[in-house]
Design a protein around this ligand. Structure first.
Ligand SMILES: *Cc1c(COP(=O)(O)O)cnc(C)c1O
Length: 949
């Protein structure tokens, strides 16, 4: 035999692709850690009492080629139809340059939420463009950088209206012409908060009886109404007016701001973002300047850096859940950053004239469609519309819908006798002719002169998108370079590890990312008949069954489209369970003080009272405190929310006891599953005593972070909770929905499914083990230089570890901020800062980083420690050193250098690459200035010229 047989696995098999350290590197890491083998390390780290007894088995893992072949087959089971259902979801054309340079570009999709502004200037600029676009289109002063979907944005607007309204009323009015899913999600949100929702005809609204009202514009059945008078009446009674508006229509129609609206919300899906069976897309919210501090979600603002240059950052962060906890007004954390970037680029690509042209074409197509129907004797409603009409077909409803399906077209069923039709950017003359045929009309779409059905008083009179960014030269060369320039300002996973504790920034493999762009997944309307979505059905069934095996739960709901949304859905499920048993009074929730900020925020959203529980000095839940509080509140205990392994990165052995105490006191156990990356294949929350958990698919299951979304936060529940899972008006169920679409952001489930299929049970388990090895390796190497807080009884950490930087405040005036910014000079994104313990860094390397990258990070951290020592020893001034002046820009390097350390030390600290050096585009950003001088739309162009110079 000429060849030695080899058992070496080629790159495209799970372990070599996904798991960073090679077998040889792992052996070296184990030696440093002081463990005989990977399994020995795991035995020391993960307590026996919580270990899974059987191995995860999903059959043979697929290679990349097998996966893509399989996914093609499943995609083929979705029927590609032309959906004219509308109802908030429309066909759209994603400009190929945006698809390739943003949606399919890891520089954009692997970035983290821009909490470290110096290394996020590119996406912050794109998001500021988004805010400017929304603010302009709605005619309101300030917009946020996206919300999860239109329906949840409506619900957020309702609670915001309640906060800012000076009315004493307890009810909220909802226009009966709102999209059904918007009404349903608003009702879900209102119920536990004791808000009465009145759905009705706006003309019959009693403005005195409500603190606010929500109107849909245009209405779900097409009506274009002027709400100016309704809003004026509301204002007379101190009510707040919310308008949910289609941004495309606003290029032609009178904008909400001009009607006097206080808040505008809506979806930017049709700005180039594929429908994807429900998502992900970016919802928006805009409001008046007076209410800006009450707006949920993240807001990008303009500030200055240490040299007084313009720099972007997230504003008003003190409003976020991490700080306000149970007093937080919203739990929104992960939102839809990547999709907001896409929508903003769509506006940059088309500019105001292009958008208007697209909107006019859409409208003219709708008018032609209506005229053809009218001339054949059909009654079309309404008379004034933008893109949507309904047709009364009497007893022929089913027949017309069926004929349309035979033509490859989905229409909308409206009531018992009507059919709804929404046209869009992609509608072609052939589509219109096919719709006519479904109504028995045979004619060509060629003999109409352009006509408009928007009354004069509803025409938009104001300008929008006047900023120069929306007037660039639209040559693709220029566009491509703009997107590239912005991407280059940012530090994403495609350049360096992002060791953010609790956020699990792991590989998002290219093969996993590909299927979501396929039209068989991306063009499906979320409300298309189930027999057209069999591919999605198969995906969801199989992924659910795998996630059940992984978590030990009995059923999964895919509806929540973020982790925080999962928490909220899970708590609602628990609340419904209590209520069904006649124990609806239970409203106390025990939450450890170290919990993620979304936990208490979600609890308050279901109307519960949060009772914080202490941690002991080891970081574990203080069992005595927990027991005492559970017993004290037993009569009213709704449940507890714990995180496992704890946010301190430790597998607490007391978890069974905590669950037992909660159950004995009549409560249910919510286990926050954000840390599943430490558990998959080794331990299951369902076995520990959890009744419900959410999984962050955008952490553990390989969906990329997108610079702050999208995400998916499905929940797993035990069998007794199944009947109380979220329902949906389109798909049924007893409970109300929490998201606009039945399967949340369905199209990105393809990523997590692909991840599971290619990893297999053994691969997923190996990933968990290596994540734990990497964290212990880091902890070991950094120990001595930094104190590693909270270890398990055997001296091991779980998949993350907390490094203490607090002592340096006294010894050297060095803060955790200084360390984080100095890491940028070495080309790293900082670990999670000041959570769960103020003044510390929480490091989570994940299984995907190679030993070389871990070593580069360690080298950077050790050299930072040496720099601190130099300050401590008095060799470096306390106020002027490389830490205080970090990050350093190229400008610093070439300018006069009057620092007590060398240019070399300042700009090329250990860890930094010589040739591939990452240069932060700005110096340290001034947070206080930014909040005092709040500017949340694009600044004048001069500033851009300056920045580009
Ligand atoms: C990330 C995280 C969440 C929130 O998830 P989002 O998807 O950002 O809403 C909740 N709990 C913990 C522990 C987390 O790390």
């Amino acid at each position: 035999m000429p060849f030695e047989p080899t058992d070496y696995l080629p790159y495209d098999f799970a372990n070599r692709r996904h798991i960073g350290p090679s077998p040889e590197e792992m052996a070296e890491m184990l030696k440093v850690v002081g463990a005989d083998s990977l399994d020995a390390l795991i035995d020391e780290t993960v307590p026996k009492s919580i270990r899974l007894k059987t191995a995860l088995d999903f059959g043979r893992p697929m290679s990349e080629r097998e996966l893509l072949f399989h996914m093609r087959e499943v995609a083929g089971k979705n029927k590609m139809m032309t959906s004219l259902i509308g109802q908030g979801y429309h066909g759209t054309v994603t400009p190929p340059a945006i698809q390739r340079n943003i949606l399919e570009n890891p520089a954009w999709y692997t970035a983290y939420t821009p909490y470290q502004p110096e290394i996020s200037q590119g996406r912050l600029e794109a998001l500021l463009n988004f805010q400017t676009m929304i603010s302009d289109l709605t005619g309101l002063e300030i917009a946020n950088a996206s919300l999860l979907d239109e329906a949840t944005a409506c619900a957020e607007a309702m609670t915001m209206a309640e906060r800012v309204s000076k009315s004493k009323a307890k009810a909220f009015f909802v226009d009966r012409d709102c999209h059904p899913q918007n009404i349903a999600v608003v009702k879900t949100r209102a119920e536990p908060l004791g808000i009465e929702v009145i759905v009705g005809n706006p003309d019959k609204m009693d403005p005195e009886a409500v603190f606010g009202a929500l109107f849909q514009y245009p209405g779900t059945y097409g009506h274009v109404r002027d709400f100016t008078d309704h809003i004026a009446k509301l204002h007379e009674h101190k009510g707040i007016a919310v308008v949910s508006a289609d941004p495309m229509s606003l290029t032609l129609l009178k904008e909400p701001g001009a009607m006097g609206a206080d808040i505008a919300v809506g979806s930017t899906q049709r700005f180039g973002v594929p429908v994807g069976a429900g998502g992900p897309h970016a919802a928006y919210m805009a409001t008046k300047d007076a209410y800006k501090r009450n707006m949920p979600g993240r807001i990008v603002g303009v500030s200055v850096d240490a040299h007084g240059n313009k720099a972007y950052r997230l504003s008003l962060q003190t409003r976020e859940q991490h700080i306000r906890r149970e007093k937080a007004t919203s739990n929104v954390c992960t939102a839809q950053a990547l999709l907001a970037v896409m929508a903003s680029m769509y506006a940059v690509f088309h500019g105001p004239k292009g958008l208007q042209a697209i909107a006019q074409r859409i409208h003219r197509k709708a008018v032609r469609l209506a005229k053809g129907l009218e001339e054949a004797g059909f009654k079309v409603d309404p008379q004034a519309f933008f893109d949507t009409i309904t047709v009364d077909v009497g007893p022929l409803q089913a027949a017309v819908m069926k004929s349309a399906v035979d033509e490859g077209i989905n229409l909308r069923r409206v009531g018992e006798t009507r059919v709804g039709i929404s046209v869009d950017e992609t509608t072609r003359p052939e589509t219109i002719e096919a719709v006519w045929r479904a109504f028995g009309i045979v004619r060509a779409d060629d003999n109409f002169s352009p006509e408009y059905r928007v009354p004069e008083n509803m025409h938009r009179k104001t300008e929008y998108l006047t900023h120069p960014i929306f007037h660039m030269n639209r040559a693709e060369t220029e566009m491509m370079r703009y997107m590239r320039r912005l991407a280059d300002r940012d530090l994403a996973l495609d350049r360096a590890m992002i060791p953010l504790g609790s956020c699990t920034m792991k590989l998002n493999a290219a093969a996993e990312m590909m299927p979501l762009s396929w039209p068989e997944f991306s063009t499906i309307h979320p409300f298309a008949p189930a027999d057209q979505q069999e591919g999605y059905g198969e995906l969801v069934t199989d992924l659910s069954s795998k996630l059940c095996d992984i978590t030990g739960y009995d059923a999964i709901s895919m509806q929540p489209n973020s982790g925080a949304q999962g928490e909220y859905a899970g708590l609602l499920t628990i609340a419904a369970y209590h209520k069904a048993r006649g124990e609806g009074h239970r409203n106390i929730c025990l939450i450890p003080m170290s919990a993620h900020g979304t936990n208490p925020a979600s609890a308050q959203m279901v109307g519960w009272k949060v009772v914080p529980v202490k941690s002991d000095e080891k970081g574990d839940i203080d069992l005595e405190d927990f027991r005492a509080k559970a017993e004290k509140h037993a009569e009213h205990l709704a449940g507890c929310m714990i995180t496992y392994p704890s946010t301190h990165g430790v597998f607490e052995e007391t978890v069974h006891e905590v669950c037992k105490i909660t159950h004995e006191s009549g409560g249910q156990v919510y286990i926050d599953g954000a840390n599943m990356n430490a558990m998959v294949g080794l331990s299951r929350p369902g076995d520990l005593g959890g009744d419900v958990s959410h999984l962050n698919l955008h952490k553990t299951f390989a969906i990329p972070h997108g610079g702050g979304g999208p995400g998916m936060g499905p929940i797993g529940v035990k069998s007794h909770l199944i009947e109380h899972l979220p329902g949906h008006p389109e798909t049924g169920g007893v409970e109300g929905p929490v998201s606009a679409a039945p399967l949340g952001s369905a199209s990105i489930l393809t990523i997590s499914w692909a991840y599971c299929l290619m990893m297999g049970g053994a691969g997923l388990t190996q990933a968990t083990k290596v994540a734990i090895l990497s964290a212990n390796y880091l902890a070991k190497r950094l120990e001595g230089a930094y104190d590693v807080l909270y270890k398990g009884p055997t001296g091991r950490v779980a998949h993350e570890c907390i490094l203490d930087t607090r002592p340096f405040a006294d010894s050297a005036d060095v803060t955790v901020d200084d360390v984080a910014k100095r890491l940028m000079d070495s080309g790293f994104h900082a670990p999670t800062m000041s959570w769960p313990v103020a003044g510390t860094l929480m490091v989570e390397p994940t299984e995907s980083e190679t030993k070389a990258e871990l070593d580069r990070f360690i080298e950077a951290m050790l050299s930072i420690r040496d720099e601190i020592k130099a300050v401590e020893a008095g060799e470096m001034p306390r106020e002027n050193n490389a830490l205080k002046n970090a990050p350093h820009t190229m400008e610093d390097l070439v300018k006069d250098w009057d620092r007590p350390y060398s240019r070399e030390q300042g700009c090329f600290p250990p860890g930094a690459f010589r040739v591939d050096k990452y240069w932060p585009p700005v110096n340290r950003v001034d947070n206080v200035y930014g909040d005092r001088h709040l500017v949340c739309t694009c600044p004048p162009m001069d500033d851009y010229a300056e920045a580009a110079e």
